[in-house]
Ligand binder design. Sequence first.
Ligand SMILES: [Fe+2]
Ligand SMILES: [Fe+2]
Length: 185
Amino acid sequence: MAKSDDKRKKTFLTDVQTLRKRARAHIERGAVTEGYRADRETVLKLLNEALATELICVLRYKRHYFMATGLEAQSVAAEFLQHANEEQGHSDEIAARIVQLGGEPNFSPEGLATRSHAEYVEGENLVDMIKEDLVAERIAIDSYRDMINYFGNDDPTSRRLMEGILAMEEEHADDLVSLLEELGS
Ligand SMILES: [Fe+2]
Ligand SMILES: [Fe+2]
Protein backbone atom coordinates (compact mmCIF):
# COMPACT_ATOMS: atom_id res chain seq x y z
CA MET A 1 0.00 0.00 0.00
CA ALA A 2 2.68 2.43 1.11
CA LYS A 3 4.73 1.46 -1.89
CA SER A 4 2.04 2.27 -4.45
CA ASP A 5 1.38 5.59 -2.68
CA ASP A 6 5.04 6.37 -3.04
CA LYS A 7 4.95 5.57 -6.72
CA ARG A 8 1.96 7.78 -7.33
CA LYS A 9 3.65 10.70 -5.62
CA LYS A 10 6.66 10.35 -7.87
CA THR A 11 4.72 10.26 -11.11
CA PHE A 12 2.63 13.23 -9.97
CA LEU A 13 5.33 15.70 -8.99
CA THR A 14 8.77 16.53 -10.25
CA ASP A 15 11.11 15.93 -7.32
CA VAL A 16 11.67 18.97 -5.14
CA GLN A 17 15.38 19.32 -5.87
CA THR A 18 14.73 19.47 -9.62
CA LEU A 19 11.85 21.92 -9.13
CA ARG A 20 14.01 24.24 -7.06
CA LYS A 21 16.90 24.07 -9.49
CA ARG A 22 14.68 24.74 -12.50
CA ALA A 23 12.98 27.69 -10.80
CA ARG A 24 16.37 29.35 -10.21
CA ALA A 25 17.38 29.08 -13.84
CA HIS A 26 16.15 31.89 -16.13
CA ILE A 27 14.35 33.85 -13.42
CA GLU A 28 14.05 36.71 -15.94
CA ARG A 29 11.32 34.70 -17.67
CA GLY A 30 9.05 35.29 -14.70
CA ALA A 31 5.88 33.20 -14.88
CA VAL A 32 7.16 31.24 -17.88
CA THR A 33 8.98 28.31 -16.28
CA GLU A 34 10.68 25.28 -17.82
CA GLY A 35 7.52 23.33 -17.11
CA TYR A 36 5.49 25.58 -19.44
CA ARG A 37 4.35 23.09 -22.01
CA ALA A 38 2.51 25.18 -24.59
CA ASP A 39 4.02 26.66 -27.74
CA ARG A 40 4.46 30.19 -26.39
CA GLU A 41 4.60 31.88 -29.82
CA THR A 42 1.30 30.33 -30.88
CA VAL A 43 -0.34 31.16 -27.55
CA LEU A 44 0.78 34.79 -27.86
CA LYS A 45 -0.52 34.98 -31.43
CA LEU A 46 -3.91 33.57 -30.41
CA LEU A 47 -4.16 35.87 -27.38
CA ASN A 48 -3.34 38.87 -29.57
CA GLU A 49 -6.14 37.83 -31.94
CA ALA A 50 -8.49 37.60 -28.96
CA LEU A 51 -7.28 41.05 -27.86
CA ALA A 52 -8.03 42.48 -31.32
CA THR A 53 -11.46 40.81 -31.26
CA GLU A 54 -12.26 42.45 -27.91
CA LEU A 55 -11.04 45.87 -29.06
CA ILE A 56 -13.17 45.71 -32.23
CA CYS A 57 -16.13 44.71 -30.06
CA VAL A 58 -15.53 47.72 -27.77
CA LEU A 59 -15.52 50.05 -30.80
CA ARG A 60 -18.62 48.50 -32.35
CA TYR A 61 -20.62 48.55 -29.11
CA LYS A 62 -19.56 52.16 -28.46
CA ARG A 63 -20.68 53.20 -31.92
CA HIS A 64 -24.00 51.40 -31.37
CA TYR A 65 -24.38 52.97 -27.91
CA PHE A 66 -24.05 56.49 -29.29
CA MET A 67 -26.15 55.80 -32.39
CA ALA A 68 -29.05 54.03 -30.67
CA THR A 69 -32.06 56.28 -31.15
CA GLY A 70 -35.81 55.83 -31.15
CA LEU A 71 -38.55 54.97 -28.72
CA GLU A 72 -37.14 51.67 -27.50
CA ALA A 73 -33.54 52.72 -27.71
CA GLN A 74 -32.88 53.61 -24.10
CA SER A 75 -32.69 50.15 -22.57
CA VAL A 76 -30.91 48.82 -25.67
CA ALA A 77 -28.33 51.60 -25.45
CA ALA A 78 -27.73 50.78 -21.80
CA GLU A 79 -27.08 47.16 -22.78
CA PHE A 80 -24.67 48.25 -25.54
CA LEU A 81 -22.73 50.37 -23.05
CA GLN A 82 -22.55 47.58 -20.51
CA HIS A 83 -21.24 45.18 -23.15
CA ALA A 84 -18.69 47.76 -24.35
CA ASN A 85 -17.36 48.11 -20.82
CA GLU A 86 -17.21 44.36 -20.31
CA GLU A 87 -15.33 43.85 -23.61
CA GLN A 88 -12.91 46.56 -22.42
CA GLY A 89 -12.36 44.56 -19.25
CA HIS A 90 -11.70 41.42 -21.31
CA SER A 91 -9.15 43.21 -23.47
CA ASP A 92 -7.31 44.39 -20.33
CA GLU A 93 -7.22 40.88 -18.89
CA ILE A 94 -5.92 39.41 -22.15
CA ALA A 95 -3.27 42.12 -22.52
CA ALA A 96 -2.07 41.47 -18.95
CA ARG A 97 -1.77 37.73 -19.67
CA ILE A 98 0.23 38.43 -22.86
CA VAL A 99 2.72 40.47 -20.83
CA GLN A 100 2.85 37.77 -18.14
CA LEU A 101 3.88 35.31 -20.85
CA GLY A 102 6.71 37.60 -21.93
CA GLY A 103 4.91 38.90 -25.02
CA GLU A 104 3.70 42.30 -26.15
CA PRO A 105 0.02 43.17 -26.51
CA ASN A 106 -0.69 44.52 -29.98
CA PHE A 107 -2.86 47.64 -29.67
CA SER A 108 -1.89 48.99 -33.07
CA PRO A 109 -4.86 50.35 -35.04
CA GLU A 110 -3.09 49.15 -38.16
CA GLY A 111 -4.47 45.76 -39.12
CA LEU A 112 -6.72 45.67 -36.04
CA ALA A 113 -9.82 44.67 -38.02
CA THR A 114 -7.86 41.91 -39.77
CA ARG A 115 -6.39 40.49 -36.55
CA SER A 116 -9.85 40.51 -34.99
CA HIS A 117 -12.07 37.52 -35.64
CA ALA A 118 -15.27 39.52 -35.11
CA GLU A 119 -16.19 42.29 -37.57
CA TYR A 120 -16.91 45.97 -37.16
CA VAL A 121 -20.32 46.55 -38.74
CA GLU A 122 -22.18 49.78 -38.01
CA GLY A 123 -25.73 48.66 -38.78
CA GLU A 124 -28.53 50.73 -40.29
CA ASN A 125 -30.97 50.73 -37.39
CA LEU A 126 -31.45 49.45 -33.86
CA VAL A 127 -32.43 45.89 -34.86
CA ASP A 128 -29.57 45.76 -37.36
CA MET A 129 -27.12 46.81 -34.69
CA ILE A 130 -28.32 44.15 -32.27
CA LYS A 131 -28.10 41.50 -35.00
CA GLU A 132 -24.54 42.52 -35.91
CA ASP A 133 -23.54 42.40 -32.25
CA LEU A 134 -25.09 38.96 -31.95
CA VAL A 135 -23.14 37.72 -34.99
CA ALA A 136 -19.93 39.12 -33.49
CA GLU A 137 -20.60 37.42 -30.16
CA ARG A 138 -21.24 34.12 -31.94
CA ILE A 139 -17.93 34.45 -33.79
CA ALA A 140 -16.12 35.18 -30.51
CA ILE A 141 -17.82 32.21 -28.83
CA ASP A 142 -16.63 29.77 -31.51
CA SER A 143 -13.15 31.21 -31.77
CA TYR A 144 -12.61 31.30 -27.96
CA ARG A 145 -13.88 27.73 -27.64
CA ASP A 146 -11.25 26.67 -30.18
CA MET A 147 -8.55 28.53 -28.25
CA ILE A 148 -9.62 26.87 -25.00
CA ASN A 149 -9.35 23.45 -26.62
CA TYR A 150 -5.93 24.33 -27.98
CA PHE A 151 -4.59 25.58 -24.60
CA GLY A 152 -5.94 22.46 -22.88
CA ASN A 153 -3.59 21.37 -20.10
CA ASP A 154 -0.53 22.95 -21.70
CA ASP A 155 -1.45 26.44 -20.48
CA PRO A 156 -4.21 26.12 -17.87
CA THR A 157 -4.03 29.80 -16.87
CA SER A 158 -4.70 31.07 -20.38
CA ARG A 159 -7.36 28.40 -20.72
CA ARG A 160 -9.16 29.52 -17.55
CA LEU A 161 -8.91 33.17 -18.58
CA MET A 162 -10.56 32.42 -21.91
CA GLU A 163 -13.15 30.14 -20.27
CA GLY A 164 -14.26 33.04 -18.06
CA ILE A 165 -14.46 35.36 -21.06
CA LEU A 166 -16.29 32.76 -23.15
CA ALA A 167 -18.94 32.42 -20.42
CA MET A 168 -19.52 36.17 -20.57
CA GLU A 169 -19.74 36.23 -24.39
CA GLU A 170 -22.42 33.55 -24.09
CA GLU A 171 -24.31 35.80 -21.67
CA HIS A 172 -23.94 38.70 -24.11
CA ALA A 173 -25.37 36.61 -26.95
CA ASP A 174 -28.25 35.61 -24.72
CA ASP A 175 -28.93 39.26 -23.77
CA LEU A 176 -29.01 40.22 -27.44
CA VAL A 177 -31.47 37.47 -28.32
CA SER A 178 -33.73 38.74 -25.51
CA LEU A 179 -33.50 42.29 -26.88
CA LEU A 180 -34.49 41.09 -30.35
CA GLU A 181 -37.46 39.24 -28.85
CA GLU A 182 -38.54 42.34 -26.93
CA LEU A 183 -38.40 44.33 -30.15
CA GLY A 184 -40.40 41.64 -31.93
CA SER A 185 -37.63 40.90 -34.44
FE1 LIG B 1 -15.46 40.07 -24.60
FE1 LIG C 1 -19.25 40.00 -25.77
